[in-house]
Design a protein around this ligand. Sequence first.
Ligand SMILES: [Cu+2]
Length: 293
Amino acid sequence: MIPSVNDPANSSDSGIVRSRTSNSSRKGLKWLALVVAPILLSGCQLPGFGITPGVTTSSHKVYKLWQGFMVTGLIVGGFTFVLIIFAAVRYRKRNDEIPRQTQYNTLVEVLYTVIPTLIVAALFYFTIVVENPEVALASNPQATVKVVAFQWGWRFSYPGNPSVNVVGQTTQNPELVLPVNETTRVILTSLDVVHGFYIKDFNFSQYALPGVTNRFDFHVTKAGEFQTQCTQICGLYHSLMYFKVKTIPAAQYHQCLTSATSGDSFVACANGTSSLKATVRPSATQGVPVHHG
Ligand SMILES: [Cu+2]
C-alpha cells in the first residue's frame, strides 16, 4: 500500500505525511544507489554467476546474456525485497485503528504493470538476439559429426570417414573430437529416450530426442579438453552418461580423420598417442549395444 498524500481525509496532517514520505523516499533512493552503483561501476568485471565465457564464438554471447539476466534478477529481486521489508516495518500494526485505505492508486498500478512488462520484453529481445545466431546453420561447415545418445552412452561418427565410429557407455566415457577455428555441424539424435547433450564450456545444451534430428554448429576457438554430461534423467545409469570433448588444431583434425582406420585410431591420433585411450575400449566400435529396461 502506498499512502496517498492527497487523500482529503488526511488534509489536516498532509504536511507531516508529505515530509515523512519525502524523507523515506530520499532514504530509499540512497539505499538503491548503494546497491546499484557498485554493479554499474564494476562494468565488465561482473561475476560469471556460475558460468565462464567458454570456448566457442557463441558461448561468449551466451555468457553476457546470462550476466544480464542475473543482474536484472538481482535488481528486481533486491528492489522487491526492500519494498517488502520497508512496508512490513514502516506500516506495521501499531493499534487497533483501521489504517487509511489507499487502494486504487492509478499511477502505481500502471507502473507495476508497465515496468515488469518492459523488463520481460527486454529480456525476450536480448534472448532472441543471442539465440538466433547461435542456432543458425552455416552454409558450408568444414567438419561434420553425427551424435547418437542412448541408454546410457554416446556414439560419435564422422561422415568424413565412415570407418570412424566412437562409442562409449556408462564408465567408458567416449571422446568427441572437434577442430579449432572451423565450423563443425553436429547432427544429434537419440535411440531410445530423451537425453541432454550439454557441454559446459560451450554454454550449450540441446535435447537428443528419439525420432528427431537436431542440427547445430560449433565454432570452437580454443584447443583443450572439456567434460560434458547428459542433462536429462534418462534411466538407471543416467549419472554415468559422460563424454569428453577434445578440441585440436584443424589441420591435425583433418589429417587424423583422413588417416584413421577406426574410431580408436582417430581418437589416439587426436590425442597424439599411438596407444588407444583407456576411455575407449576396442569393442567400442562394434556398434551400439541394445538395452532392455
Ligand atoms: Cu541420458
